[in-house]
Design a protein around this ligand. Sequence first.
Ligand SMILES: O=C(O)C(=O)[C@H](O)COP(=O)(O)O
Ligand SMILES: N[C@@H](CCC(=O)O)C(=O)O
Length: 430
Amino acid sequence: MPSREEVTYFGAGPALLPTDVLENAAKALLDYDHTGLGIAEHSHRSQHATDIINNAKADLASYLDIPDDYDILFMQGGGSGEFSATAYNLVGAWVTRKKAEILEQLGVKSEEDANQEELVSALKKAVESELKLDYLVTGSWSLKAYQEAGRLLGPEHTNIATDSRPINDGKFGKIPEESTWKLSKNPAMVYYCDNETVDGVEFPKFPDVLAPKADGTGPIVVADMSSNILSRRIPVKNFSVIFFGAQKNLGSTGVTVVVIKKSLLPPACPQPSPSLMRKLGLPIPPVVFSYETIAKNNSLYNTLSIFDVYIAGQVLKKLLKTFPDKVDGQQAIADKKAALIYGALEAHPDIYKIVPDKSARSRMNICFRVTKDNDTDKAEAYFLKLGTSFGLTGLKGHRSVGGIRASNYNCIPLAGAEKLVRFLHDFAQP
Ligand SMILES: O=C(O)C(=O)[C@H](O)COP(=O)(O)O
Ligand SMILES: N[C@@H](CCC(=O)O)C(=O)O
């Protein structure tokens, strides 16, 4: 049986966690902070829990330079839960904005003062003719998010603003030119997945076409950063919502983080009443997916896994200690590891074929095929077997696409990436 030190695990998530964090967490499971009670046993209503949440929020804000006009929520339900939550909450916010516009047109101050029939009828008309959610479909996860929105709202309210497959032989692997995107007029949100884990595609930078204008106005941008958060600097100000599951670059499976602009929360933007949404034929989020409920309760509307927040908090403390220049320091290492691995693959084009186009290659999930003697299946099976025997594990591609995938998350040490690079060169020898 190999020891922890002998294995470099390149799985796509859950992923490696720092050993010292796990050692401390193991102790905290038995006795948290000399209280004689483990961290998973303490009440989520205790001061300990509140401190853990507040410290993790502050450290995340510091590490990523998240401005004060954003809130940070810890939620449950994973990435898939957020596919639904973003659609529910952003549609609610759209209705709130539209309602304010209509009330102004009607010349009344508040919803109560309006003629209800008139208001509902005008809103219904707006929903039918204008309500759209835009999706940039560049891989399996953004496709799933788009499909979920269609399931919840009806496909007539969703718009694929761009789809990578038609420009790449029916497969994901490229990001279409921004000039070809068909964005809707004032959509409830423009949604994209910054890094597609399954397909190895990452946006090289924030899309220019979505950037706010000089006066600060611009589209409402929502991004899934589940698999590349904390690995590079992001222009937080350009986003209305950023979400990510913890289990790749932040911590253990069990919490999903939402970074949300406060202007989407009360008092600036309260969600419409359930009865209004029902009259409009629009869905109402389950209360645990309501951002305003979670924000109002500082992520403790219901029982949260404080143990998972604790681990995320410990990882953040470690990152802040390791990188005085915060996420820029981590970015330099992530980029270096990715460049080394891609370099080794490119050195043997007869054996390795990198799946995505060079312009959209992910630094986090390096997807490639292996062929020897014209036999890909045999070569990949042998690659995985041999890799495992050298302690290089978790390299199998996602079951939907096959191939090999080396996930280069934060916790893969440089030495681990270098070991993979040596293996790639050795394996390529005749
Ligand atoms: O993006 C990925 O990669 C993921 O693994 C998803 O965020 C996972 O989603 P859930 O399984 O948490 O729904
Ligand atoms: N993030 C993992 C999980 C996928 C899954 O749920 O199948 C991956 O992309 O491989």
